[in-house]
Design a protein around this ligand. Sequence first.
Ligand SMILES: Cc1ncc(C[n+]2csc(CCOP(=O)(O)OP(=O)(O)O)c2C)c(N)n1
Ligand SMILES: [Mg+2]
Length: 626
Amino acid sequence: MTTIRLTVAQALVRFLAAQYTERDGTRQRLIGAMWGIFGHGNVAGIGQALVEYADLMPYHQGRNEQAMVHAAVGYARQSGRLSAHAVTTSIGPGATNLVTGAALATVNHLPVLLLPGDVFAARPADPVLQQLEVPYAGDVSVNDTLRPVSRYFDRITRPEALIPSALQAMRVLTDPVDTGAVTLALPQDVQAEAYDWPERFFAERVWTVRRPGADAAELTEAVRAVRAARRPLIIAGGGVHHSRAETALAEFAAATGIPVASTQAGKGSLRHDHPQDVGGIGHTGTATADALARTADLVIGVGTRYTDFTTASGTLFENPAVRFLNLNIAPFDGHKLAGLPLVADARSALGELTEALGMHGHRVAGEYVAEYTEAKGRWERTVDACFAAPDPAARPTQPQVLGALDALADESDIIVNAAGSLPGDLHRLWRARSADQYHLEYGYSCMGYEIPAALGVKLAAPERSVWALVGDGTYLMLPAEIVTAVQEGVAIKLVLLQNHGYASIGGLSEAVGAERFGTAYRYPAADGTYTGAPLPVDLAANAASLGMRVLRAGNVGELRAALGEARAADVPTCVYVETETSDTVSGAPPAQAWWDVPVAATATRPSAVKARELYERHVSTRRRHL
Ligand SMILES: Cc1ncc(C[n+]2csc(CCOP(=O)(O)OP(=O)(O)O)c2C)c(N)n1
Ligand SMILES: [Mg+2]
């Protein structure tokens, strides 16, 4: 057997550079690049290997470990989960900074390879700098915090253990059911150790991303359920995009006349102007989709996890006869809401369903089509009204900012968002013009995702206009990767909406009787609450100080001009806008369905007592689907 003598870190980098994915006849590199921040624990191991193999593994210099994972997640999603990034960190704080990003990747079923440094395997001088010691166990390190948020975890305590472990890691990254964060913790002494590796370990290896078809019995049941339904409704989830099943979904919808609502992850499955697209569903849904959900007798979930936002915390599907048909590649999700499972790849099974139903010539009734068509038209006018900004000299509301962007965008633009009041406004209002335009991370809804993720998206789609839409709170959470975008000349666009704090949580707080406590960025007033004057904080100057080109927009007219200029820019550009938030100006439409945030069961303050009364009324409408 021919062997090659390399360190563990060198072997890992060489191995990763030789892995490929294949689906539908296209092949690409599985690990497109590695992000890294160096310290002890990776500087001499992976760091040295990256210099040694600079021609094999592209490298990106990050500023914050969590943000590097966000960038990797953005890249993986834009790559259809066929290509991913690796992230290397030092031991201790560098490693634990990965935890939030890992959870985000795992929740959203998006592949990232995490390579945290770890304490010495041989333990010659415990504790090393930044090492956690626990008196009850010698084999625990801070990296164990990554176990519950990883879909695969291993610690490479001997060189040769890398061989089976690296292969398992690739299996999980490319498995459409299991994929998420994969962690290989690398003790720093082992990284630098030499070993005689079998040459074949470094041979090109192709991981086929499978598309399992439907089980015959499950398909028969599914066809029966669809044929029996009078008011069926499709919910398109993120699985539609992951499977690239948008065309198959459109064909199924066209063949049957069934309307298609979408979750945050599934929006864009049909174009907004497709006659059967009824928009977002659930707490942040459209009136059209939510009314259909209330009366549906069959809900066909395609690639959805049915989160509480989608089901309005178990209150949305009111029809006593409602049943669920769950097309999902993961049995775990396929069985939710006591539904009929159709465990398969979305594209494969939608094709099979269309074909099987075609034999019977099945279509919903004309009155049903007329009903949702009319309701869709009504919601269109709601969107028009929210987007309209007749006075160019006025300060824009948040929906008017979205309207200005909507007026400018074509299929090629991509918008990235995750947290704050924007996700709700976008889910209700945004007109998705292409399958991958609407990039909302709402599985973990993590403030700070947007800027680094936009960077990752742009790396996967360099020719597209990629917009990170961020609130002021989100901006302050994690702006660091702006510096990386500037350094690498990645011309992301940032729309920074200043409203002096947490508009979203402020509104929620008021609704649940918490009186906006701690949600505004203001000086303390005489009574100690943060209700004083706004703070003298200039986030536009902050973005400029990090190297971005910044365009300040004081009103609607300036906003339109600034967005146009930013769109054409070939350097990282920020449009900064202060939004109108006064109660007299109408913003977005109200929520069309409930969301369960438990309210104090006892309180002295009238606001909480009143909120609790309303809460109990909502709770009483909850159903268990059995
Ligand atoms: C990391 C993280 N911490 C806390 C939250 C809870 N949270 C959701 S939205 C939000 C406020 C967002 O503020 P901003 O970005 O200014 O948006 P706005 O609500 O003003 O639209 C908070 C604190 C979160 N989603 N993520
Ligand atoms: Mg804000």
